[in-house]
Design a protein around this ligand. Structure first.
Ligand code: ADP
Length: 725
């Protein structure tokens, strides 16, 4: 740009190896004289040495370093001097300070900026912040117009705030299509927070390198202060009615958030120190505004979350999920900012607010069953055509599937006719240069408002709204499952009780005829024994043997049924004494088998039913002795402290393979031949588990073949009602 000059210096001795073509007008020396010359040619010795000192400190290509304010030998013009490296070369830039420019001292400027930042901090919302910022900037800079633009998700810019002189064209509320700022321009905006052109209608000054072998295009001017802007860009602004422009970018966490475009209808120089102050202001504004926008978003998200949590809490605390869920639509109306909410459960529709016809909602269910479990659309009619008849009620849909297909919670939003006021026709953001017939971007010629009514769309679902709905979905599903489990448990208990009653009656009633069969078989054998042949006598013996086995099984079944039917008598029981008395009862067996039985430590006192608990201990100790092929059988009974004490019976017997450890609790299930290990009915552990579970405890085991077994059990639940340790 012509408001200064640029020198290209050799990296080692700072000789001048190139210059902008306008050097002569700024320092009196022509290009020929400067070729290969040292800086002495244009600067006083002390100026040269302080500039060279500055140059020595510039390590690599990055933003220009401000070296100070200097004069050349030529005349009185003062320059702000900047230096940076481009590859191996040094670029030295002299930005002329107009002699007549009015500016206040730095301290005063920063005091103003500090006040402006304070004003910005008082904003309640980011939108209000933008309004304050454009006003403050216009006042500070004294330009004709400041436009505050925020980038939207689609990359277009929205002029959300404006402060301007009455006769300067307005751009407030207009949208600038994404293509108005091509990608390289966006990158440059992130890299450089300030873009300055004191005069947009200028002739770019070429850069000359004295060595013809060097190509000036190899020099990267990306960071240059005086770099000319693209023709497309300057024309764009000229077409907007601007003759000068200062652009301050708003970057948040490395992303372009928006910008302030400060424009004037006449050329307007702004000195570097002032620009620096405005740049600091914009950096602070970017932080504050983006933070406010984020805080607003978080506040909305939090509010939605709190509401959905409240609704979930109601669900969790309600006995009847159906009733609680039916109340949901009303609660959700305001949480989700929807016009209507419907709940479709068990082919029944419950709703609140304005809803499309029930028939349409019902027709939508099979379609929803084929979609993902969460559907959030702003354009339902494009996905589900019948919704087109209800665009005023159901253009937007947010639906979540509940426990199973066919169950949905649905939120509806009406059509939202958004009028976008594009700054010019957004369909023609890029125009082909017809004069040169080249495919290059030409700037927008007209910024006349081009209105576009966006139809067929509802207000978009925000991420936190979708999240609130899915949170609720989880809560409803959990409650549905909990209720299902409650129902199942109840049904199971009911059928178990019925089954036990049935088993009791059947086994009780079977005992009598069986006794009859056995008795009469005995009579038959006693009375007619001599008249029977050996074969008939063997048959009779088999009848009696099978009958006897049937008798023990019926007896076991009866015991099992009784275990579930008879009332418990819970009392404080000294388990140590209880175990001792069980061992007394088993003393003959223990002596016969030579089993070594030990009680480890002192067993606790617990609230339990002593008769059932003794039966459990007897069964476990008998098994520990029975299923044991060791020379010396060992049985240990002990307890483990815990919230709920755990008792155990350990043996050094044959052990049980993992895959059988569940089966042994099935009634009449034995892992061995009928008469192996002293025989048995296979009902003992089933009955023992029943006794334990009825007292609120658990019975389980650890075992491996050849390693012995440990059977553990608890009695009663812990202080918090849990049965586990
Ligand atoms: P029963 O002892 O009358 O067969 P149980 O219900 O008490 O019936 O036991 C079921 C099966 O579990 C037994 O047949 C046996 O195979 C296995 N079993 C039980 N206790 C032990 C143990 N301590 N060690 C090895 N196997 C055992």
């Amino acid at each position: 740009m012509p408001h200064g000059m640029l020198l290209v210096l050799a990296p080692d001795d700072y000789r001048i190896i190139g210059a902008s073509a306008n050097v002569c007008s700024w320092c009196g020396s022509g290009l020929q004289e400067l070729a290969g010359a040292s800086l002495d040619r244009i600067l006083k010795a002390e100026v040269r040495s302080s500039i060279e000192q500055g140059l020595a400190q510039i390590a690599q290509a990055r933003a220009p370093r401000y070296l100070g304010c200097f004069q050349t030998l030529h005349e009185a013009t003062r320059f702000d001097v900047f230096a940076h490296r481009s590859g191996a070369l040094c670029l030295l830039e002299f930005e002329a300070i107009p002699a007549d420019i009015q500016h206040c001292c730095l301290t005063e400027r920063f005091a103003q900026v500090t006040d402006s930042i304070a004003a910005l901090q008082s904003a309640a919302t980011w939108q209000e912040g933008m309004h304050i910022a454009v006003g403050e900037l216009k006042r500070l800079i004294g330009c004709d117009s400041v436009i505050g633009v925020r980038f939207l998700a689609d990359g277009s810019g929205h002029a959300v705030a404006e402060a301007r002189e009455p006769d300067y064209p307005t751009y407030l509320d207009k949208r600038f299509p994404r293509s108005d700022i091509p990608e390289p321009g966006r990158r440059q905006m992130v890299l450089m927070p300030l873009h300055y052109a004191p005069e947009l209608d200028y002739e770019p000054v070429p850069l000359m390198l004295f060595d013809p072998a060097r190509d000036p295009r190899q020099i990267d001017l990306g960071w240059s202060v005086l770099r000319s802007m693209s023709r497309m860009c300057s024309r764009y602004y000229l077409n907007m009615g601007a003759r000068s422009r200062l652009l301050l970018t708003l970057v948040n966490h490395g992303a372009l958030w928006g910008f302030f475009s400060c424009q004037s209808a006449a050329p307007r120089p702004v000195i570097y120190s002032d620009r620096l102050a405005y740049q600091s202001y914009a950096a602070m504004a970017a932080l504050l505004l983006a933070e406010k926008a984020q805080a607003e978003q978080q506040r909305d998200a939090l509010r939605a979350k709190r509401r959905s949590a409240q609704a979930a809490a109601v669900l969790a605390s309600t006995e009847s999920i159906v009733d609680a869920v039916r109340l949901l639509p009303g609660r959700l109306l305001d949480t989700l900012q929807v016009s209507g909410v419907a709940l479709y459960l068990d082919n029944q529709l419950t709703g609140a607010g304005d809803l499309p016809a029930a028939a349409m909602i019902k027709a939508m269910i099979p379609w929803l069953d084929r979609q993902d479990s969460v559907v959030a659309t702003e354009q339902l009619p494009t996905l589900f055509a019948p919704a087109a008849d209800y665009s005023a009620l159901a253009t937007g849909l947010l639906s979540v599937r509940l426990a199973k297909p066919g169950q949905y919670l649905l939120g509806f939003r009406p059509e939202w006719i958004d009028e976008v006021r594009w700054a010019g026709d957004p369909r023609k953001p890029v125009e082909i240069d017809e004069v040169t017939a080249e495919h290059r971007l030409t700037p927008r010629g007209s910024f006349d408002v081009w209105k576009e009514a966006v139809r067929g769309t509802a207000r978009p679902w925000l991420p936190h709204e979708i999240e609130a709905m899915t949170d609720l979905q989880q809560a409803v599903i959990l409650s549905q499952h909990a209720e299902q489990q409650r129902n199942l448990k109840f049904l199971l208990q009911q059928s178990n009780t019925e089954l036990e009653a049935f088993a009791f009656i059947v086994s009780h009633d079977l005992q009598e005829p069986l006794h009859g069969i056995l008795n009469f078989s005995q009579f038959l054998r006693d009375r007619t024994g001599d008249q029977l042949g050996p074969q008939e006598r063997a048959w009779l013996d088999t009848i009696m043997k099978l009958g006897a086995r049937m008798g023990t099984q019926i007896e076991a079944l009866l015991q099992y049924a009784r275990a579930g039917q008879e009332g418990l008598e819970i009392q404080s029981v000294d388990l140590h004494r209880l175990v001792r008395s069980v061992l007394d009862d088993l003393s003959v067996r223990i002596a016969e088998t030579g089993t070594r039985v030990v009680i480890t430590g002192t067993l606790p006192c617990l609230d339990c039913d002593p008769i059932r608990t003794a039966a459990v201990l007897e069964n476990l100790i008998t098994n520990a002795i029975k299923y044991n092929d060791q020379e010396v059988r060992q049985v240990e009974i002990g307890s483990i402290d815990g919230r709920v004490p755990t008792l155990y019976v350990r043996d050094n017997g044959i052990g049980i393979a993992q895959q059988h450890q569940q089966a042994i609790f099935t009634i009449f299930r034995r892992l061995h031949g009928r008469d192996d290990f002293g025989g048995g009915t296979g009902a003992g552990l089933t009955i023992a588990r029943k006794h334990i579970e009825r007292q609120g405890g658990r019975l389980w085991l650890e075992s491996a073949p050849g390693q012995g077994s440990i059977f553990y059990f608890t009695l009663g639940s812990g202080p918090d009602g849990s049965a586990d340790n």
